[in-house]
Design a protein. Structure first.
Length: 74
């Protein structure tokens, strides 16, 4: 058994591991984004705090928190 055979065996083992599914968090991260700006439709994580949302409203749209995020806090 040469080096080429060992490398091939390792590739086959790693291929089997990949078939189980990745460890990507993209789906869970997208599900956690449920605060939407009513003006630009930008999504924010549910854990985003009020000062960050106020900053977005002021800097991006020159509007108030209530105008950009009417459902925030309800």
């Amino acid at each position: 058994m040469g080096n080429g055979a060992k490398a091939q065996q390792k590739r086959e083992r790693n291929q089997d591991k990949g078939a189980k599914g990745g460890k990507s968090q993209m789906k869970s991260n997208e599900a956690a984004k449920n605060i939407l700006c009513a003006v630009c439709r930008q999504a924010f994580f549910v854990t985003t705090r009020q000062p960050a949302l106020e900053e977005h409203a002021q800097n991006k749209h020159s509007k108030t928190l209530a105008e950009c995020f009417p459902t925030f806090g309800k």
